[in-house]
Design a binder for this molecule. Sequence first.
Ligand SMILES: NC(=O)c1ccc[n+]([C@@H]2O[C@H](COP(=O)([O-])OP(=O)(O)OC[C@H]3O[C@@H](n4cnc5c(N)ncnc54)[C@H](OP(=O)(O)O)[C@@H]3O)[C@@H](O)[C@H]2O)c1
Length: 239
Amino acid sequence: MREVLRLFAAMGGRLADSSPMYGAAESVIGDITTQLDINRQLFLATKVWTSGRESGIQQAEQSLRRMRTRQFDLLQVHNLLDADTHLSWMKDWKAAGRIRYLGVTHYQENSLPALEKYVDSGQVDFVQLNYSMAERAAEDRLLPAAQASGVAVIVNRPFADAALFDRVKGRALPGWAAEFDATTWAQFFLKYILAHPAVTSAIPATRNPKHLLDNMSAGVGKLPDEAMRQRMLALVNAA
Ligand SMILES: NC(=O)c1ccc[n+]([C@@H]2O[C@H](COP(=O)([O-])OP(=O)(O)OC[C@H]3O[C@@H](n4cnc5c(N)ncnc54)[C@H](OP(=O)(O)O)[C@@H]3O)[C@@H](O)[C@H]2O)c1
């Protein structure tokens, strides 16, 4: 994990997204980024994942300590759990400078309408949702809604939890991927997402430093235009 975070920062990576749901992840990020002295370079995001106002506040206080920061760049309501309750005290924290931006997250397509309600309400700065070449429902309404309201979009499950790699297993990357500077399937899948005009950031998960280097390379060079994105989809859907 230390090497993954070191390389991430060295390559210009910024957004580190955690949650109290992910075991010791918040403490690991806090400890390693402090040791490497990269914590000020990162955009630190985490989530509240509990019910009730007092419980949410206590959990966020604990997350601040674990991530070794006095301010979250982004605090999100994880999986919309008790979202109205949490957004109310989170707004006060934002006004007090303890949070820069507020958000809501989910990872399942059947929750996209609920996320859209928060985007339309004007209460959130960020929405985090599942979107990939294998899970495209967000294209219908939520991504256009976020774009229209100026709400930033973080994409989780960009490889559909590695299912996309299984889909193209044994197949060579097409030569035309060079037209948008993709040299691997991971870059192909990520550039499809990053080329959507509503998308702010994608957060592929990896424990592997080689995969980290691969994924970070998707952030440089050309992106596919819409005609190319349709060609990419046709190829992956035929696989
Ligand atoms: N409700 C929520 O807020 C929510 C829900 C789900 C996920 N998330 C967030 O989204 C992030 C990503 O989602 P995810 O973990 O479900 O799925 P994902 O990023 O779509 O897929 C992760 C899988 O892809 C593999 N992988 C990564 N880079 C690769 C590469 N270059 N080549 C080949 N394989 C590669 C990883 O294995 P290796 O480790 O071996 O690289 C891992 O098995 C999570 O870390 C989490 O922060 C949020």
